[in-house]
Design a protein around this ligand. Structure first.
Ligand code: SF4
Length: 329
């Protein structure tokens, strides 16, 4: 039996290189490894926990996100792709788990405090925002996932899911396995302005960017701030353009760029043009698949419906066990 893993992503607009290198590439690797049964879902209810006031684009974002997932190599024959809000059992399990989750567990969640402090333009003093780790626990436990691919910053959330599962098993009946974190090394991915790549900072290179758009974004990237003229030697170790060359450019060529930068024999404009070319080359297959799925909407709908049907079957079985353990039905 393959071990089941589960992960989700909020539909907040176009996916970018940060999503790809921070999560999607790992999802594809786990899928292709062959030892896991992979469930990946669009966390549209999670998007509501912070963006409840603007729901207009959600449905389209969810569909676009699945197109991007398919385009980067997620294979619906190997992975189950579904949309959270289409499986109503997630809401039921969320309600039941919220009954047994002590409030201090949620209040001490570091992401809760950080996001509340960062997103001051939004009123996040809502029950939904405080309780989203419980919804996350419901998502994971519903599928009795063995493991969850996470970044280091998400470990406190997963720990909360593990605590909730232990508490449920102790109070009622041992139903839920305690999910393990599957940590993967991810490269540092900064936006064009040197801050974390994020749609809200408007500094992202999107998975769909190509041609002129891509070249313009790369041309606007921050480099070594001390390199004012082409004749100034550069410091690739602090240059974001160079860190992307390390990902997208062949090893030997990276060494040559590093040396040329330090000896001031290459200018930043030329260096960026080379990078834009390498990114474009490496995304050619992704762009072709994006075009295909955009032109074949029915195929995408079928994939989504099939994923939902697979997920719903498991969710139904789990909830029957949960209701019986609680002696509700
Ligand atoms: S030459 Fe390239 S690596 Fe060096 S500072 Fe300019 S952009 Fe960065």
């Amino acid at each position: 039996m393959k071990k089941r893993i589960l992960s989700g992503m909020r539909p907040t607009g176009k996916l970018h290189l940060g999503h790809y290198h921070g999560a999607l590439k790992n999802w594809v690797d786990l899928q292709n490894e062959g030892s896991y049964e992979c469930f990946y879902f669009v966390a549209d209810w999670h998007a509501l926990t912070s963006d409840y006031a603007s729901t207009g684009g959600l449905k389209e974002f969810a569909r676009e996100m699945i197109i991007d997932w398919l385009s980067v190599g997620l294979d619906p024959e190997k992975s189950t792709l579904f949309i959270q809000s289409r499986i109503l059992e997630h809401a039921e399990l969320f309600v039941l788990l919220s009954m047994i989750t002590p409030l201090p567990w949620l209040e001490r969640n570091p992401t809760y405090k950080e996001m509340k402090a960062e997103l001051i333009e939004k009123d996040l003093s809502t029950f939904g925002f405080l309780g989203y780790p419980v919804l996350q626990a419901a998502d994971i436990l519903m599928y009795k996932a063995y493991g969850v691919p996470v970044g280091v910053d998400q470990l406190p959330h997963l720990e909360l899911t593990r605590e909730i599962a232990r508490r449920f098993n102790f109070l009622y009946e041992t139903i839920f396995p305690i999910p393990e974190p599957l940590l993967a090394a991810v490269p540092k991915m900064l936006g064009t302005d040197g801050r974390k790549m994020s749609k809200s900072y408007e500094n992202a290179i999107c998975l769909s960017d190509s041609g002129q758009v891509l070249r313009e974004k790369v041309a606007a990237m921050f480099t070594d701030p001390q390199r004012m003229r082409k004749t100034d030697p550069g410091r690739p170790e602090i240059c974001n353009v160079f860190s992307l060359h390390e990902i997208y450019t062949a090893h030997g060529e990276v060494g040559e760029i590093e040396e040329s930068c330090r000896s001031a024999s290459i200018g930043c404009v030329a260096c960026k043009k080379r990078l834009a070319g390498r990114i474009e080359e490496s995304m050619r297959d992704i762009h072709e698949r994006q075009e295909h799925y955009r032109a074949h909407g029915g195929e995408v709908e079928d994939i989504i419906e099939e994923g939902i049907a697979r997920a719903r079957k498991i969710a139904g079985t789990t909830m029957a066990e949960v209701r019986s353990a609680l002696k509700i039905r």
